[in-house]
Design a protein around this ligand. Structure first.
Ligand SMILES: [Zn+2]
Length: 259
């Protein structure tokens, strides 16, 4: 599932390809991913240019020159592709913007759990839906307060978009693995220094993952990310990686390294 680093890479991709071209036509191929009507989407975008973007949690917000924002969420799978007639269109293209230079921006989302919308106020859009602050921009103080205010395990708290937004299953495992903290630990039982460690590791993991273009194979070999399987050994201690269930999600950890 695209998490903060993946969406940040989509943002960089969009910013380096699809900006400043006039949108001639908007095509929707699966209305299921729309949180708005195709008419409204088309009315908001047609004749406009994309002028910039922001990533907020797992959302990519793209500004148009009429002050509206195209809201994209990528669900479980998804991405963007900027292409012309000589290139293949995305395999599961659900929406396409056609630009005046002959290029297209395709929104790809295989499992249709993504969302497309338009808004005039990106921050309010997320506030109204109760999303917490972005994990990449949150301060340590805010993080500490938000984590302490959640009940249950640290893994669930990290993944809860209403506490902090941007972290999903894969990166919550990575952050806790690198912090050497067991994902089942109760947030209420974590010490101040443990929360600080999680916060620091979160910043490091996201920074590094974006530097690696969110490509797992490019990430440091000491990370858990390429070893999220019970067939694998811990890249740090050689112990066996274990899978457990936490609030219905598979969590991977090294029981020897994490306590
Ligand atoms: Zn280990």
């Amino acid at each position: 599932m695209p998490e903060l680093p993946d969406v940040e890479v989509f943002k960089q991709y969009l910013d380096s390809t699809a900006l400043h071209q006039k949108i001639q036509k908007v095509q929707v191929f699966s209305r299921q991913v729309l949180n708005t009507s195709s008419q409204k989407l088309s009315r908001s975008l047609k004749g406009q240019k994309l002028i910039g973007s922001r990533r907020l949690g797992k959302f990519l917000m793209i500004e148009t020159d009429n002050g509206r924002w195209l809201v994209l969420h990528f669900g479980m799978t998804g991405g963007l592709k900027y292409y012309d007639e000589d290139q293949e269109k995305p395999e599961h293209e659900r929406m396409r913007l056609n630009f005046s230079n002959g290029y297209h921006l395709g929104y790809d989302c295989q499992r249709m759990l993504g969302e497309i919308d338009v808004t005039e106020e990106p921050d309010e859009y997320l506030e109204e839906r109760d999303f917490g602050p972005d994990a990449g921009e949150i301060s340590l103080e805010q993080f500490r307060e938000l984590i302490h205010n959640r009940r249950g395990s640290i893994k669930s708290a990290l993944m809860n978009q209403k506490a902090v937004s941007g972290i999903g299953n894969v990166y919550s495992d990575e952050i806790l693995y690198q912090s050497k903290i067991h994902p089942r630990r109760k947030t209420s039982e974590l010490s101040g220094s443990e929360i600080k460690k999680i916060y620091k590791k979160m910043q490091y993991v996201f920074g590094k993952a974006v530097e690696c273009q969110a490509q797992r194979k490019n990430m440091p070999k000491t990370w858990l990310i390429e070893h999220r399987s019970e067939d694998h050994d811990c890249p740090r201690c050689g112990g066996q990686i274990k899978k457990i269930q936490i609030t219905g999600r598979n969590a991977y950890l090294c029981p020897q390294c994490q306590s």
